[in-house]
Structure formats: structure tokens, C-alpha cells
Write a protein that binds this ligand. Sequence first.
Ligand code: NAP
Length: 244
Amino acid sequence: MRGKVVLITGGSRGIGRSTALEFGKLGASVVIVYNNHDKKAKEVVQEIEKVGGKAVAFKADVSQEFELENIVEFVVKNYGKIDILVNNAGIVFDREFEEITYEESLKIVKTNMLAPLFLSKLVAPIMVKNGYGKIINVSSTSGLYDFNPGTADYAMSKLALQSLTKDLSMKYAPIVNVNAVAPGWVNTDMNADLPAEFVKTETSKYHMKRWADPKEIADAIVFLASDKANYITGQVLILDGGHC
Ligand code: NAP
């Protein structure tokens, strides 16, 4: 990954944080986009620098179109190119179906769906011009076999991301590889408040009898971003430790 410029949305915590660390360890220059957690984003940068890597944190709300333009302008101005884009930032609102509001669903759509679409639309032409590019979208098993009416809007957004992955892979082939990972449950802040009984039931459905560590998702993302995955495009890699 030496010499590669990696842009990761949602790099301050969870899967994005682990992914940033892995790319940093491998010698890439990492740009971490985050929204609220300034301190955590700074810590990720410091951790990467500690192992001799290069990283910078950029604060931007990916649910705002103009912020996407700011992100790309920043990276191009400072690095001159973008080799790898990881569309990872995502949100969920866990509630009963009756409690879903239009406003929350719109926030989910903008963050989980429209940000990857419009960020990719800005970044992919830069990759094409440069003759190299990898885009990895972070989808989910939600909506695939994992159903919960209270997070219907989240599942819709994550399935839409799989569709986007296939369209982008077609549009930007053969120069840009576009793939998605679809994790099952991962131990991150996103799931920190789930009831213990629910966690136990969900865990029992996995062949591995445990949830993923964020690093295990990061490793798959790094693989898809590497030249070992040059013939893989338009795919969704399910990362759920085997599911009953
Ligand atoms: P997390 O721990 O809650 O972290 C979310 C990250 O996204 C944070 O870095 C956050 O930044 C950033 N973010 C959220 N909204 C943003 C916005 N509007 N603009 C910029 N950054 C924003 O989540 P996670 O569990 O690591 O999830 C990462 C991705 O994996 C998400 O797309 C999620 O849907 C997907 N996923 C997660 C699981 C799971 O079980 N955890 C399973 C399948 C898929 P700040 O904190 O700085 O605001």
C-alpha cells in the first residue's frame, strides 16, 4: 500500500477506525473523514503515526452534498490523487417500526446511500484519469436475511448500496474495481446498547458463535483494495462468520 492515497469515511470509530489503522500500517497515506468525534479521529491519526504511517483527519458531514465536494477538494489539493475510497460512514436508528420518522429515514438515506453515490461520482473520474482505483462500500447483512422492521430504513439503505456497487463496477470498469463488504454483527459502538438477551440470541445464529472484531472486517476491505483483488469487481463479500 506504500504510495497509495486512501480516503475512508467514518474513520474515527469502529470498522472505519480499524480499516484506517490497517492501511496506515501498510504504508498508505490515509485521510480519515469523521463528523462528531474530533478526539477519537485525532487518536486514530496518532496511532497510525506511531507505527510510522501517514494520516490526517478531515471533519465533514457526509450527509451534506457540499461537504463531499470539500472532502475531495482537500484530498486532491494535498495528495494529487485518490487511489482507494472506502465508503464506510453509516448510521442506524434502532426503534419500533411505528416510531420511524421521515426525518430520521432521510438522514439515513443521505448518510448511508447518497453519500457513497455522490462521493464515488466525484472520486471515480479522478481514479480513471489516474489509471487506477478501488472503491469499497460497507453494506450489511441487514435486509439480506437479517430482518427487523424497526430498522427497515437502515436495511433499505444497505441493500441499495449493494445495487450501487454493481452499477459503479459496470460504469468504471476496467480501471476502477468496485466491491462491497456486507458484515453481520460487529463489535462496535453502533451495537453497544443492545439488550444482552438479544445479543445472545443473535450470537447463537452464527457458526463462529461470536460477533466480528472490526479488524476482521478491515482485513477484508484491505484485501479488496489490494492488487490481489484485481479481477474482483461488482461483488458483495458477506462477512458474517457463517449464519444459520
Ligand atoms: P460506528 O462505530 O457507529 O462508527 C460510525 C462512523 O461513521 C464514525 O466514525 C462516525 O463519525 C461516522 N459517521 C457517521 N455519520 C457520519 C456523517 N454524517 N459524516 C461523516 N462521518 C459520519 O459504526 P460501525 O459499526 O463502525 O459501522 C461502520 C459501517 O459499517 C456503517 O456503514 C455500518 O452501517 C456498517 N455495518 C456495521 C455493522 C455492525 O454490526 N457494527 C454491521 C454491518 C454493517 P463520528 O463518530 O466522528 O461522528
